[in-house]
Design a protein around this ligand. Structure first.
Ligand code: NAD
Length: 255
């Protein structure tokens, strides 16, 4: 059984992961590290920083804190020979550099999306891409999301465009020549793939990739209903990673 420390353990993701990973029977949660006290400890010890952590009781650090927190996790894991799994997003180039340096000393996995379903839907879309003339993406999120389109939809578009190009398909040309209302055809991304963003209360994070060809269509839909959707991907990562130096980007290679 691997012993985990969660940096950002009091946060929304930290608490979900402590409960979710701890209940799999595969991991013990040894420490929750956070500047503020967690509302639930899940049997772990609380530390306000890595200074208060007993290195002997930990195999892997899981980081869902902040970019500054990632730098502290990377330094601590490199110094103590512990694997590191990073979910925190928004790293600067310099912060990313500290992660890459740590990966020369210990195993590090960093992923922008730990949802197994989301990663699978991207894989399926890349498989389908060579066989359909056209594809468009609809991403649907809650009304508190301030950016559009979603990073996940842009990543999906890039994967589809790469698969189309590899199959020798041309860039898609939009057949619409008269735009009665500007923006009706969505945002242009790579390879002529349009992304349409929907924001509504009640939604969480959803995406439909719609393919069309002569006489048939294919829709690949993924729904994230809850932060629990990230637990399985983090478990795969924490299971795969150890002190052996290497850098894995994304969980695609683990699925
Ligand atoms: P949150 O604000 O609820 O939790 C972050 C926690 O980290 C807070 O409790 C905060 O006190 C703590 N923290 C911040 N800086 C710290 C530091 N230097 N040292 C110790 N603790 C520190 O945020 P959240 O919703 O749980 O998200 C956390 C991160 O995970 C964000 O970057 C988010 O984008 C990312 N995230 C990634 C995925 C993924 O699949 N990769 C999924 C969900 C969230």
């Amino acid at each position: 059984m691997k012993a985990l420390a969660i940096n950002g353990g009091a946060g929304r993701m930290g608490q979900i992961l402590a409960g979710g990973l701890g209940s799999l029977g595969q991991f013990s949660i040894s420490a929750l590290i956070d500047a503020r006290e967690p509302s639930e400890l899940f049997g772990a010890a609380y530390a306000s920083s890595f200074d208060g952590v007993d290195a002997g009781s930990i195999d892997v650090v899981v980081d869902f804190s902040s970019p500054e927190g990632v730098v502290a996790s990377a330094a601590w894991c490199a110094a103590h020979g512990k694997g590191l799994v990073i979910g925190t997003t928004g790293l600067s180039d310099e912060q990313r550099q500290s992660v890459e340096e740590a990966a020369t000393k210990v195993g590090v996995l960093i992923a922008a999306n730990y949802s197994v379903g989301a990663v699978l839907s991207e894989k399926f879309a890349a498989m389908a891409a060579p066989y359909f003339d056209r594809v468009e993406i609809i991403e649907l999120h809650h009304d508190k999301k301030v950016d559009a389109p979603s990073g996940t939809s842009i990543a999906a578009a890039k994967g589809i465009a790469t698969a189309r190009a590899a199959a020798g398909l041309p860039e898609m040309i939009d057949p619409t020549i008269r735009h009665t209302v500007a923006g009706a055809r969505g945002a242009d991304t790579v390879g002529g793939i349009k992304i349409h963003s929907v924001r509504l209360p009640g939604l969480v994070a959803h995406q439909e990739i719609l393919f069309g060809g002569p006489g048939e269509g294919l829709t690949i839909r993924h729904d994230s209903f809850d932060r629990l959707s990230f637990v399985q991907g983090v478990a795969l990562a924490a299971d795969a990673i150890d002190a052996t130096p290497r850098l894995i980007d994304g969980i695609e290679s683990l699925i």
